[in-house]
Design a protein around this ligand. Structure first.
Ligand code: DCP
Ligand code: MG
Length: 369
């Protein structure tokens, strides 16, 4: 039999808002809303638990939040501080295990089955991590402990804030049977409505549907729901590995000479692609590498290192064209071209003067893996 895994899901409480309350005494115990301006088109990023009593929540227009609680403190986000805290909590996780899968700045899965401290009980590990976080950052978090990701995540949400909930294989079924249908992983508004129309309101109801019924309604997802209702989720904790380079390459449809004009056009497109990938992962890089494969299968690479990091297509192209100029042109026909940008750094934008739209883009980028 396969070993039962020990998975922890950690999620910080009212993350941005708690940091603002921590750093400004006047905000303690008060409704605090972090996000855009209530008098323009701002959006709530998050709010303190005091503000949640007024029905305020993430992604709500700040103007609506203002109507619900005009006395709330509206605070513009300080991403640099949130990122710093995020790194601090990640470093705490790594003391216990390298199997850490960050989901966003304030949330991660940990596989502590074979943890670095040799602690037998995952609940004890979760307690220690919560204590470390509180001691070192002054912030509370909630932890869910179980034998898979789905149940660990549900558990961390169970008694927020400052919660710790364990779901064992013995008590999973009772827990799942009473769980409202919208709390199941992957069940959004549309699916919830469909299920409720079928009279399926909780995990028990879901478990009464056969695999055939589920698959005829939800296709492939039907099988997933069937499994989740029974507490089965085999997804692994996938540790995040820092990207070392971003690149793109193209095998040519017909072999070309280095002097052919088409070569520059193809390289230009590749640079565009690399630039988009860099933007996507919010990175900039200092080293640009050109790769050329010839029809005799020999390969050469040429690199250039810049003083300042770049990410724009036109800047990458300038470097690549310079590398092309210095290539010996008589090496034969080309069959593949590639461009890589390495020596990567975070693209630290100036976040103090951004619009709410840029801010929302930034959030999307910075929480993406
Ligand atoms: N966030 C955001 N926009 C959203 C959702 C979240 O900017 N639509 C940001 C602000 C949150 C952070 O991400 O502080 C973490 O998101 P969570 O969903 O974990 O929310 P909180 O940590 O704020 O509250 P909770 O205690 O419910 O986890
Ligand atoms: Mg959170």
């Amino acid at each position: 039999m396969e070993e039962i895994r020990k998975i922890i899901h950690i999620d910080m409480d009212a993350f941005y808002a708690s940091i603002e309350q921590r750093d400004n005494k006047k905000l303690k115990g008060k409704p605090v809303i972090v996000g855009g301006d209530p008098h323009s088109r701002g959006v709530v990023a998050t709010c303190s638990y005091e503000a949640r009593k007024y029905g305020i929540h993430s992604a709500m227009p700040s103007s609506v939040a203002y109507k619900r609680c005009p006395y709330a403190y509206f605070i513009w986000p300080r991403f640099d501080v949130y990122k710093k805290v995020s790194r601090q909590i990640r470093d705490i996780f790594y003391r216990y295990t390298d199997l850490v899968e960050p989901i966003s700045l304030d949330e991660a899965y940990l596989d502590v089955t074979n943890n670095k401290k040799g602690i037998k009980y995952a609940t004890q590990v979760a307690k220690m991590i919560k204590d470390d976080i509180l001691r070192e950052t002054g912030l509370t978090s909630s932890a869910g402990v179980s034998y898979n990701k789905f149940l660990a995540k549900i558990a961390s949400d169970y008694n927020k804030p400052n919660g710790l909930k364990v779901i064992t294989p013995e008590d999973k079924q009772e827990f799942l049977d009473t769980l409202p249908i919208n709390k199941f992983h992957g069940i959004g508004n549309v699916t919830e409505r469909k299920l409720r129309n079928l009279g399926v309101n909780n995990g028990y109801d879901l478990r009464q549907l056969s695999i055939n019924q589920l698959e005829s309604i939800f296709k492939n997802r039907g099988y997933v729901f069937y499994q989740l209702a029974r507490g089965v989720d085999d997804r692994k904790v996938e540790p995040y590995r820092e990207r070392k380079s971003v690149g793109s390459e193209t095998t040519l449809s017909s072999n070309l000479d280095m002097n052919d004009e088409e070569v520059l056009d193809i390289l230009s497109e590749i640079c565009e692609d690399v630039s988009n990938r860099l933007k996507h992962s919010n990175k900039v890089g200092k080293t640009i590498t050109l790769k050329v494969k010839y029809d005799d299968f020999t390969k050469i690479t040429r690199s250039i290192s810049l003083e300042h990091p770049i990410y724009k297509a036109e800047d990458i192209r300038t470097s690549v064209y310079n590398l092309v100029k210095n290539l010996e042109s008589n090496k034969g026909k080309i069959r593949l071209l590639g461009v890589t940008v390495s020596n990567l750094l975070e693209n630290e934008k100036n976040l103090t003067h951004i619009t709410i739209f840029e801010y929302l883009d930034y959030i999307k980028e910075s929480t993406k893996q």
